[in-house]
Write a protein that binds this ligand. Structure first.
Ligand SMILES: CC(C)(COP(=O)(O)OP(=O)(O)OC[C@H]1O[C@@H](n2cnc3c(N)ncnc32)[C@H](O)[C@@H]1OP(=O)(O)O)[C@@H](O)C(=O)NCCC(=O)NCCS
Length: 147
């Protein structure tokens, strides 16, 4: 079945939140998600017919784009969709004028870390105990990719 990208708009908030809640141990609230749709934010969903396989939310400010959120529905992980979303984010960021990409990732999120490293992101910083986790707090790794 073919897949396609379509922009995230406020109309898809409920569907997006289903994927968000299924993917993250500490998901964004609906309010946070809503505040990251439109304005300086850009987001796309990867869809197969009408169902959402995954989505990302990026932010563009003054030549820098930040990947704020990316997730693939648990049923569809490990099939290359995360990488497709990352490539799409990179292309959109470039078209907006970005020369650098940034993101933050949980230190123990090995699949995401590997995906970013394989796409050319490098660690540029660490925020100790930044994320709440099921066992206390977890470091955030700050990563950057030059375009
Ligand atoms: C991170 C996430 C988006 C990856 O999406 P995915 O569709 O499963 O990833 P892909 O199948 O496209 O794989 C892309 C790359 O990720 C890495 N990867 C994916 N799963 C992996 C695993 N279990 N172990 C190690 N590396 C893995 C690999 O480098 C892979 O590239 P390769 O297949 O060429 O080796 C997905 O696991 C997810 O939604 N996780 C929950 C939400 C999340 O953690 N988001 C990131 C927040 S920073």
């Amino acid at each position: 079945m073919t897949t396609h990208f379509s922009p995230v708009t406020k109309d898809q908030l409920a569907e997006i939140m289903l994927v968000e809640n299924a993917c993250h141990s500490h998901p964004w609230s609906e309010q946070t998600m809503l505040s990251c749709i439109g304005g300086r934010y850009f987001g796309f969903m990867l869809k197969q017919e009408q169902s959402i396989l995954g989505f990302y939310i990026g932010e563009y400010v003054a030549g820098e784009a930040t990947l704020m959120d990316v997730c693939v529905s648990p049923d569809h992980q490990g099939k290359g969709y995360g990488k497709q979303l990352l490539i799409h984010f990179t292309e959109q960021a470039k078209s907006l004028g970005a020369t650098q990409l940034f993101l933050e990732v949980r230190a123990k999120n090995i699949s995401a870390l590997m995906m970013y490293i394989n796409w050319g992101f490098v660690e540029v910083g660490r925020r100790t105990g930044y994320y709440p986790s099921n066992i206390g707090y977890e470091d955030a790794i700050v990563m950057k990719k030059k375009l």
